[in-house]
Write a protein that binds this ligand. Structure first.
Ligand SMILES: C[S@@+](CC[C@H](N)C(=O)[O-])C[C@H]1O[C@@H](n2cnc3c(N)ncnc32)[C@H](O)[C@@H]1O
Length: 246
């Protein structure tokens, strides 16, 4: 179902949710510098979408660019973008939960920008990602902050909640998959507790180095007008994790 959504809507998401942007109303990589110097390094993007984050790293001098994604249409767009930008990337179509034959102990960095939360098997996915990294390699990912989906949010009113107050609309403990209507179709997502991510990283031998739960300073400095802006003044909309393979 999710593959079908991404195949049909790839063009509408072209270049969205890609580095240097980590997520909505969140500090950018230009502000945070979580990657550091990637020149000459081997990078793997999980859920690489339209390839814009890979291009971003190509522009920073990365040595090898690899990407995996569930959607053939997304990869078609990524191939076009990277080729016209003069970059050779290895792009594989498949699910992050599966064995796609990626090299073990090979990458300096694995990362994912608004991709990891789609997994149906978080512990298994983190185990796989850890296996692709060299010892000491870095894993960085961003996703919706768990609280974003617990407050002033329902799958049916994900973009249009109204009101002055921000009610708790969903239990923080609820990690069951749910269906969400988007663009006249349906996707399936889960909202996981922060401890679920931290514990799965730890179980995979990935040591948490930094977690970013911040709203962008420009958003905080401005008077909030929309409901989303009011919410972003009170809780993080996105979260970023940076971990190192032991
Ligand atoms: C928000 S987009 C990521 C965009 C990407 N950061 C970029 O720079 O274009 C999420 C991507 O996750 C992919 N995806 C969803 N579930 C997946 C899975 N189980 N395995 C691999 N990719 C998946 C979708 O096809 C989609 O391209």
């Amino acid at each position: 179902m999710n593959r079908e959504y991404w195949n049909q809507n790839a063009d509408a998401w072209f270049g969205k949710t890609a580095l240097p942007v980590y997520g909505e109303m969140c500090p950018t990589e230009d502000q945070l510098g979580l990657f550091g110097d990637v020149s000459g390094k081997k990078l793997l993007e999980i859920c690489c979408g339209s390839g814009h984050s890979l291009k971003y790293h190509g522009d920073q001098g990365a040595g090898e660019l690899w990407g995996i994604d569930l959607s053939e249409k997304q990869l078609q767009n990524a191939r076009g973008l990277l080729e016209e930008s003069g970059y050779r990337a290895k792009l594989l179509c498949g699910a992050m939960e599966e064995d796609l034959g990626l090299p073990q102990g090979y990458f300096d960095y694995a990362y994912s920008i608004y991709g990891i939360g789609w997994t149906t098997d978080l512990p298994g996915t983190f185990q796989r990602i850890a296996s692709y990294l060299k010892p000491g390699g870095t894993f960085i990912f961003s996703w919706h902050h768990t609280l974003n989906y617990c407050a002033g949010w329902t799958p049916e009113a994900s973009h249009g909640w109204q009101g002055e107050q921000i009610p708790l609309t969903r239990s923080y403990f609820d990690e069951e998959p749910f269906r969400m209507p988007v663009d006249g179709m349906e996707i399936i997502l889960r909202n996981r507790k922060i401890s679920t991510y931290v514990n799965a990283l730890s179980a995979a031998g990935l040591c948490l180095e930094r977690m970013v739960e911040e709203t962008d300073s420009a958003v905080l400095a401005a008077k909030p007008e929309t409901f989303k802006e009011k919410k972003a003044h009170m809780l993080p909309i996105s979260v970023i994790f940076k971990a190192r393979k032991l």
